[in-house]
Ligand binder design. Sequence first.
Ligand SMILES: [Zn+2]
Length: 576
Amino acid sequence: MPLASYIEGMKIQGRLALFSLCSCAISLSAFCQPSGRVLMIGIDGVRPDALQVAETPALDALVANGYASFDAMNDDITISGPGWSAIHCGVRSGKHNVVDNSFDGQNYFQFPGWLERLESLHPEWNTLSVCQWSPINGQIVGNSADVVVNPGSAAGAAQEVVNALENGDPHALFVHLDEPDYAGHSYGFSPSVLPYLESIEEMDAEVGLMVEALVARPMYAEENWLVIVTTDHGGIGTVHGGNSIEERRVFVIASGLGVDTELVAPDTLSVLGVAENCLGAMPRLFFQGNARAVVPESNDFVVGATQDFTVECRVKTTQAADVAMVGNKDWDSGLNPGWVFSFVYPSGPGWKVNVSDGSSRVDLEGPPIADGEWHTLSCTFDRDGVARIYTDGVLSDEQDISGLGSLDVDGRLFFGADALAGYGMEGAVAEVRYWNAVLSAAEIADWHCSELTDLHPSLAALRGYWQLNEGAGDFLEDASGLGHHAVNEGGVWGSDEGLVVWDYGNTPRLVDVPVTALAHMCVTIEEEWGLDGVPLLGTCFPPTPDSCSEDLDGDGAVTVTDLLLVLGAFGQTCTE
Ligand SMILES: [Zn+2]
């Protein structure tokens, strides 16, 4: 059979139909290289801004010969357990279910790590996982890799990898180095903290040893290695786990002989002038980390199963994260009793209100507001009817809440973070108003950009009014006259300033890391796996029609044997 018609006949098999779409001018010799190999290096708790300040020649060399971003995102929970789960499994906590270092609820059966996927597809490949922090192996990798080791030090971990590269035939290696996280917790996660920078420089030396061993492999050029380096989270002060940009911003490097050099910066930036505040210029209380303001317990904020109420506030933020801006609940779960103003999980862009009685929940969604401008957010709770949310005085959503019972927690209110001082926002809150009545749409529209006066039609229903404009100190007056003065716990006073807004929309996410590794190794990413990440370096290219008319086996004729060589190489990475 002539080769061309053989291919014609194969086209009905779907994947081959892609032949005709491929515009990649790739030589067949590239296809016929062995499928790629991956060395993935995870360094715990490295802030990219500190990495850029530190002296890191080994990492610099990888960046200079590869794809890199110092503006990648952990867009989920900035804790090691969920972070390394994203890096291994390619899904966020909504799927792998790990929300902290207890690893409780883990769903690795449905969303296994990348080494496990490789082993199930290619059991003959050699895989190795070396972790200084043993729960990564203990919980995520399990015994899915051929060799699983937990050395007591970063140097010991790197040495394991060097040994494997020098003496073995590894296809995929994962190594975890923990020192910067220790240094950050002890001395501070910051580009200005010397011990933190030194720990990053020590890790760079270990990276250098591993890369040296890698390139010294006799078949290095043919083995098509991709070296991926990343981190699980940043940090602020001596902690992490919150939603600040310092905790969420991470780095990703993917370097190899076939990788084009590319530095991915935030996609666009806009420079805002001083934020427009229709209430005029005044001091503002900024929350960061898990700073918050607390309104003491009062029956005025107890609503049982029947009391109608309305909450309004003004918010200025650039972080559409999984945060508690204003509320009364523990925001660890949307099913915890109470209500909260937050963002659509995990990173907006719209804002939302969640309300639950502990067994059922209702969520109302509004438009994006994390643009560095002030917005008025309002929610009315008609307990035997609907809840309505308004954005800048305009109705955004309504949902039936008549089925919900008590929404009470402990009679306190919180601004900037939740009832347990978690899920802190980064931004300012002002003009919080609490009413024990359902305000009308007209009242909300008319007063969304005015301070309250005696003229407000529902003044008798006002139960609390915190303008948060004192400008200093921790006493936050309740201007309703009812004495529910709030206490500032860590919020910082400032004034509205011009602002640079970065758009991180197109920078890498942690969940992209393992998908990139799998794609490099020519694993077809199946839709049904439900991965959240995407391959940063593209997917494997099918061969071109031209490549199917070459005499590959050198027997002097183009035959089916040659075609089978093409098909065997189908899906290999384009290494041009
Ligand atoms: Zn960590």
